[in-house]
Design a protein around this ligand. Structure first.
Ligand code: ADP
Ligand code: ADP
Length: 228
């Protein structure tokens, strides 16, 4: 079934002479359970597109639907992981409290919130550091915490904006493998944007290639590698 439908989405910054079209009439959909990557050069409009999908900044035209519902604000069954993990975690909260933080606004009771948070931390290989604070962890571990926090809410759609761009190469490989494993196990629908073509082909079941600014789709590839 279709999880995400992006229809004719354009985004223009500014008006009149200084107007700048960042995204140009993009149309595509993502099936439930897919790990789709969007790849394109820096500045082509990837973050702008992702923010429109997340309901963080409405597109100037076009529509976004998440399991059929029109996205007008941030949907409560959507989670976003940004590149800058160091700014996305609360330094005054322990790791487990960071992970359960978004669940405070759900009807889930306290005990279940804590167990979902622990489960998500275990899924990203972080059992045992629940009581530590983010600043006591390496950058790669902090980004794992951000991923755990996104997974703990069991989102219908997980959006990731260059999630591995700020970590060293080995940590990036580890996190990429981790994402593929967790995504396959949990069947989470993921849309990840990156400027790194290698990363998109390595991670994605599908790769949408964007042109230079203003972004439009120049290729939509199914990645179906033979089993190793
Ligand atoms: P990417 O994520 O692919 O690097 P962005 O979506 O960040 O691209 O940016 C696309 C284009 O829109 C760029 O030319 C950028 O300069 C411009 N842009 C991004 N954010 C703003 C903004 N808030 N105001 C004006 N222009 C912006
Ligand atoms: P080998 O050492 O057998 O040549 P590779 O260098 O192909 O193995 O891969 C080592 C690890 O790096 C793999 O487990 C994989 O996680 C990761 N990796 C390899 N290529 C990429 C890539 N293009 N993007 C992301 N991760 C990669």
């Amino acid at each position: 079934s279709t999880m995400l439908e992006v229809s004719g989405v354009s985004h223009r910054y500014g008006t009149g002479d200084t107007a700048h079209v960042a995204v140009d009439k993009l149309t595509f959909s993502v099936d439930a359970g897919q790990l789709a990557c969007i790849v394109g050069p820096s500045g082509c409009g990837k973050s702008t597109l992702l923010r429109a999908i997340a309901g963080l900044r409405p597109p100037t035209s076009g529509t976004v639907r998440l399991h059929g519902d029109l996205v007008t604000g941030v949907p409560d069954d959507l989670a976003v992981v940004f590149q800058d993990y160091s700014r996305s975690l609360f330094p005054w909260l322990s790791v487990v409290k960071n992970v359960e933080f978004p669940l405070r606004w759900t009807k889930i009771d306290k005990q279940t919130r804590r167990s979902q948070a622990r489960e998500a931390l275990a899924a990203v290989g972080l059992s045992g550091v629940e009581g530590k604070f983010p600043w006591q962890l390496s950058g790669g571990m902090q980004q794992r915490v951000s991923i755990a926090r996104a997974l703990a809410s069991r989102p219908a759609l997980l959006l990731m904006d260059e999630p591995f761009a700020s970590v060293d190469a080995q940590t990036r490989f580890d996190l990429e493998d981790l994402l593929r494993r967790v995504q396959a196990e949990q069947g989470t629908t993921v849309l990840l944007v990156t400027h790194d073509i290698d990363e998109s082909v390595y991670l994605g079941d599908r790769v949408l290639v964007l042109s230079k600014s203003p972004a439009h789709i120049v290729a939509d590839l199914a990645i179906d590698l033979p089993a190793q």
